[in-house]
Design a protein around this ligand. Structure first.
Ligand code: NAP
Length: 248
């Protein structure tokens, strides 16, 4: 197991926690996934440590209260929620193929269900809003994952997108939601352990052997945003993503 995170202390605490419960020694790579250069470096590190990869779970994500551009000039929400998992997955496909049954789990969000998308303006240079940027990043992730699933059909690699549910994590609490709204949401929110259920199902369950290109909620494949079912639009979103992500 290789963990990737930007905060060395938290990363090592997580590795220690997992190691203590499983008797394994997870490895850790420190990388800021808002930067494509660091994401590529992390992918190269994973390839070296694990040339054969059974499962890749892309989970890092954020809800940014302001429009921020990274040092590489990318819109932050799109960079972490969409470009990083896209680049990591693309770089690790050979290692996943080498396993013969490699699985990719993308952490999407039901916020994508009603989102709109303009392939010519994925970073939302026009009309940026916190929730719109988040939902669009998750819809872009869903659409490119569906395209990659189609392109990799028959290779043994499967890719699925999961919505974990509304989970009481730092992302929800710190995402500009005021305290009164949070008190209401907290009553229905899942615990972090409950929120891990659908991602773990997608990563491990034999029920999903050979199943690719699905969007799962509460373990069950459900319909995506209708925009994600438009092959021409998916291809345009993929092309725009490839342009933003650059080669390799
Ligand atoms: N919570 C929900 O209700 C909900 C609903 C739908 C989807 N999701 C998705 O679930 C995933 C996990 O989110 P969460 O709810 O568990 O929120 P969280 O507790 O805030 O976790 C987000 C994780 O992403 C990491 N991360 C953020 N920016 C990063 C960067 N630049 N480089 C490396 N790592 C970075 C954070 O690292 P640090 O520990 O260093 O901060 C943290 O570990 C996200 O993709 C989110 O969009 C959550």
């Amino acid at each position: 197991m290789v963990l990737v995170g930007r905060n060395q202390e938290r990363l090592h605490a997580a590795a220690g926690w997992i190691g203590g419960r499983t008797g394994t020694r997870p490895l850790a790579i420190t990388a800021d996934l808002s930067l494509l250069s660091e994401t590529r470096r992390a992918a190269a590190g994973i390839r070296t440590l694990a040339p054969v990869l059974d499962v890749l779970v892309n989970n890092a994500g954020l809800l940014s209260p302001r429009r921020v551009e990274t040092a590489e000039g990318q819109e932050l929400t799109l960079a972490v929620n969409h470009l990083a998992p896209f680049v990591l997955t693309r770089a690790l496909l050979p290692a996943l193929q080498a396993s013969g049954r490699g699985r990719v789990v993308m952490t999407g969000s039901s916020s994508s269900d009603m989102a709109r998308i303009d392939p010519d303006d994925l970073p939302l240079e026009r009309g940026w809003r916190m929730t719109r940027a988040y939902a669009r990043s998750k819809l872009a992730l869903l659409m490119t994952t569906m395209e990659t699933a189609r392109a990799t059909a028959g290779t043994g690699v499967t890719l699925n997108v999961v919505h974990p549910g509304l989970v009481a994590t730092g992302l929800v609490r710190s995402g500009g939601i005021d305290q009164a709204a949070w008190r209401l949401l907290a009553r229905v929110a899942l615990s972090e352990a409950e929120g891990a259920d659908t991602p773990l199902h997608a990563a491990l369950s034999p029920e999903l052997d050979g199943i690719s290109g699905r969007y799962l909620k509460r373990r069950v494949p459900v319909a995506t945003n209708r925009l994600a079912r438009d092959p021409a639009l998916r291809a345009r979103v993929l092309a725009a993503t490839e342009r933003l992500a650059g080669p390799g």
